[in-house]
Design a protein around this ligand. Structure first.
Ligand SMILES: Nc1ncnc2c1ncn2[C@@H]1O[C@H](COP(=O)(O)OP(=O)(O)OP(=O)(O)O)[C@@H](O)[C@H]1O
Ligand SMILES: [Mg+2]
Length: 412
């Protein structure tokens, strides 16, 4: 349905705050109308650490959208990520007591309610309930139990939880910026929308967002998410290492990293030298690119290895690592594909946002995956009310849940 309503996604990153605005065209397809970008402040490793400063940046980013589109922004889909985002597996079992034993939507809703009712620590907030799998009378791997005959329906879900205070601080920041209607979306789900193909989700793929202050992961198998998590290490740590070792100012080092950095020694061109300009009273220095690589590679390898270990500890590594897709600004580091495929022992590709109508070529860049993904995520769900209302809409609106495929998509 065509809509004049703006769909806004806000990615509050550690390095950049990016906002994407989109509309739905006649055929219901998303058309990006504007993307704004501001250097970030008051955010560390994905969490707001200074509400006032972060709020100002958010205001600037959203006001630019309003100015460029001539529309007031009423609702914002805000990405949330960081090491505090975790996935908890839960199961809900219900009996089908109807005479004909036919499973209906209300049974699925009941089983989801049971799955959701697990005791979580008080400092955790549930952000999403992602359906993994259904079983009917013990038969596992059922994607669409509706209309099936059975006595017992089991629903396995991945509950995505976040730290309560991190969620509250993020909400407070957006509210103070003047936008009270907001919806927190795990960034990994947004990245998925922008970058991962349906086939990749089926075969088992790990999507890594290599950001500035953190790396976020989501792993898929048979079309459903089986793992979600993150660590507080990212591209900024590489820059900090270079600043420390080269003893040069941060901005200069950041530029050199982006222009000459490489994280795989095998790709180094021995002729490639980098000139560090004179700083203060110190003369300019010429160093081989290999020297830069010797600083960058161990940090990237360490970051990727920590993620691999987390997957192995949760016993999901083999399920989700048929292939790896790297997105986020840090994924643009040359050598990322080679190093990551060596560490994970799987093919790796760099994931930029898929082509969307109205999306300028310069945004087909991994750094914009989350912002673009947030509007794609919101548009797919077509929701504009509170999560509770949204859940009811999804569960009871005629046709929405006709096929289970939609359940996977809707009940997030
Ligand atoms: N060409 C490049 N080569 C290497 N690294 C790059 C390149 N371009 C950007 N980066 C790195 O990407 C990181 C920023 O990525 P991104 O914009 O995705 O972060 P963010 O979303 O602001 O932060 P986060 O998601 O961690 O909160 C920085 O560390 C930057 O140095
Ligand atoms: Mg990011």
């Amino acid at each position: 349905m065509p809509s004049d309503r703006l769909i806004v996604g806000l990615d509050i990153g550690s390095v950049h705050v990016r906002a994407a605005a989109a509309k739905l065209d006649q055929s219901g397809e998303v058309r990006i109308v504007h993307i704004s970008e501001q250097p970030s402040q008051g955010v560390r490793s994905g969490s707001v650490v200074n509400i006032e400063t972060a709020m100002n940046i958010v205001q600037q980013a959203v006001e630019e959208i309003e100015l460029e589109t001539g529309r007031e922004v009423s609702q914002i889909n805000v990405g949330i990520a960081g090491a505090h985002i975790e996935g908890v597996i839960s199961e809900g079992v219900v009996g089908i007591s109807r005479k004909d034993n036919e499973i209906q939507r209300t049974d699925v809703a009941r089983s989801l309610d049971v799955a959701r009712s697990i005791d979580l620590p008080l400092d955790r907030e549930v952000l999403h309930t992602l359906v993994q799998d259904f079983s009917v009378d013990g038969r596992k791997g059922i994607r669409d139990p509706i209309d099936m005959i059975g006595h017992r329906l089991e629903t396995k879900v991945l509950m995505v939880t976040g730290d309560v205070t991190a969620c509250q601080n993020l909400r407070k920041c957006i509210t103070r910026a003047g936008y009270t209607e907001q919806r927190l979306v795990a960034q990994q789900l947004a990245d998925t929308e922008a970058v991962l193909t349906q086939e990749e989700r089926e075969i088992g793929t790990l999507l890594i967002n290599f950001g500035g202050g953190m790396c976020n992961m989501i792993g898929y198998r048979r079309g459903a998410p089986v793992y979600i998590g993150g660590i507080s290490l990212g591209g900024n740590d590489i820059t900090s290492d270079l600043v420390y070792i080269l003893n040069k100012p941060h901005d200069l080092v950041e530029q050199i990293k982006q222009e000459h950095g490489c994280c795989c020694e095998d790709l180094i061109d021995e002729e490639h030298h980098v000139t560090l300009p004179p700083v203060g009273g110190w003369p300019s220095v010429r160093i081989p690119q290999r020297e830069l690589c010797k600083i960058i590679e161990p940090r990237v390898a360490e970051t990727l290895t920590i993620m691999k270990t987390m997957l192995q500890r949760r016993r999901v590594f083999d399920q989700v690592c048929s292939g790896i897709v790297c997105t986020g600004g840090g994924a643009m580091m040359p050598g990322m594909v080679e190093l990551a495929s060596h560490i994970f022992g799987a093919p790796v590709r760099i994931g930029a946002p898929r082509e969307v109508e109205g999306l300028d070529e310069r945004y087909l860049n991994p750094a914009y995956a989350t912002a673009v993904g947030l509007v794609l995520y919101a548009a797919k769900r077509g929701r504009k009310s509170t999560p509770r209302q949204e859940k009811q809409t999804a569960e009871y609106k005629g046709g929405m849940l006709k096929r289970m495929k939609h359940l996977f998509e809707v009940l997030f």
